[in-house]
Design a protein around this ligand. Structure first.
Ligand code: HEC
Ligand code: HEC
Length: 322
């Protein structure tokens, strides 16, 4: 009879709460000016993404697990789409949970959303495909494929309980560097030799198994945010070297970003149509409408499958001359 005892308690406490509300309403009616509408402050627990151990044991959970595996083992699982040495977690570290790297924890709750680079509202599928085509320098995944559904299921799981639009207390994207500094490629090369070659190799191709390439055919494309001077510095400053993050100065990070991003990398077809509103940030490394890159664009390697390397623009985007 435990259930009914609890039930009885619930009724009693409910009744008492109603009586209290009725009483305070009465008092408020009597003393309108003295009462404010909210009664006692309610403590709200800070939102946090669910732990991996909370993935449910149902078909949604199975899809979430497959999506997580695709983020971790992207080239192994999707060799036709992820053709470089990078995986999603090469940048979205800790399975997308690391705040600085850039986080994916409320991404699902913030799409569809307007992106300056596209000049339109984009779906979460298109956003994922921007990373496939630009950051992974691979091919766009069909929007209705099981693999895309699985990736979206994992992103939805990471956003569980977050309100639509995200939360002001949860960081999104990579926080900007406090100051925009000029990177020196000569100093960047010295730092790279001293701090990065052990893992990433002298030729930037990755010296150790599982370490992604920083330039060359196996790296991110010129259309990736990482190829931008300040965005690259922001990632390096907070996350590298992998075994000692936080040990670089801001100037080191800009020098390293300048050096890494001075090398050849895959092209990103259609990049000249980015930022159709003419609002490209200063560090975008290629020409777009009304924008001249601040430093020479590095040598660009043609893409094996130029059609797969682009995400069709949403119908609302009208492409004029850059
Ligand atoms: C070379 C680094 C890199 C790789 C690899 C990469 N991404 Fe990204 N991704 C980024 C950056 C940088 C952003 C932009 C964050 C920002 O808004 O500042 C981003 C943004 C996103 C967003 C939108 C986040 C938001 O809050 O708006 C999603 C979703 C995403 N990536 C998914 C993926 C998936 C899935 C993969 C693997 C298929 C992947 N990314 C691979 C660097 C990368
Ligand atoms: C101890 C090994 C190690 C060292 C040292 C190291 N990295 Fe990394 N780096 C990694 C690994 C591993 C990843 C992929 C992230 C992951 O899997 O967690 C990565 C990812 C990156 C990325 C994003 C992915 C890509 O390929 O573009 C950049 C940029 C980067 N490192 C730059 C640097 C720079 C610059 C230095 C020197 C300051 C450096 N790293 C030192 C291991 C290392």
């Amino acid at each position: 009879m435990r259930g009914s005892a609890n039930g009885a308690f619930a009724v009693t406490s409910q009744t008492m709460r109603s009586a209290k509300i009725a009483l305070s309403a009465l008092l408020c009616a009597a003393l309108v000016a003295a009462c404010d509408s909210g009664s006692e402050p309610v403590a709200v627990a800070a939102w946090a993404p669910p732990a991996e151990s909370e993935i449910p044991a149902d078909s949604f959970g199975a899809s979430v697990r497959r999506g997580l595996a695709l983020l971790r083992f992207t080239p192994e699982s999707l060799p036709a789409y992820a053709t470089s040495s990078l995986r999603c977690t090469s940048c979205h570290q800790f399975d997308g949970r690391k705040e600085s790297a850039p986080p994916l924890i409320t991404a699902h709750a913030r799409y569809p959303r307007y992106l300056d680079r596209t000049g339109a509202v984009v779906s979460i599928q298109d956003r994922v495909n921007y990373c496939f085509t630009r950051s992974l320098a691979g091919n766009a995944l069909p929007g209705n494929s099981r693999e895309m559904s699985d990736i979206i299921a994992y992103l939805a799981f990471l956003s569980r309980g977050a309100p639509v639009g995200g939360l002001p207390s949860v960081p999104t994207g990579m926080a900007p560097m406090a100051e925009m500094l000029v990177g020196d490629t000569t100093r960047g090369r010295e730092l790279f030799t001293a701090t990065c070659v052990t893992c990433h190799g002298v030729d930037g191709a990755g010296a150790i198994l599982g370490v992604p390439a920083l330039w060359g055919a196996q790296s991110y494309s010129i259309g990736a945010s990482m190829a931008r001077h300040e965005r690259g510095a922001a990632f390096i400053f907070r996350n590298m070297p992998q075994d000692k993050p936080g040990s670089l100065t801001a100037q080191d990070a800009f020098d390293l970003s300048a050096y890494v991003n001075s090398h050849e990398r895959p092209d990103s077809p259609g990049k000249e149509f980015d930022f159709p509103g003419g609002d490209a940030p200063a560090d975008v490394p290629y020409a777009t409408r009304g924008h001249t890159p601040p430093r020479p664009t590095p040598r660009l390697l043609p893409r094996a499958n130029p059609d797969g390397a682009t995400v069709p623009a949403p119908p609302s985007v009208r492409r004029g001359a850059p």
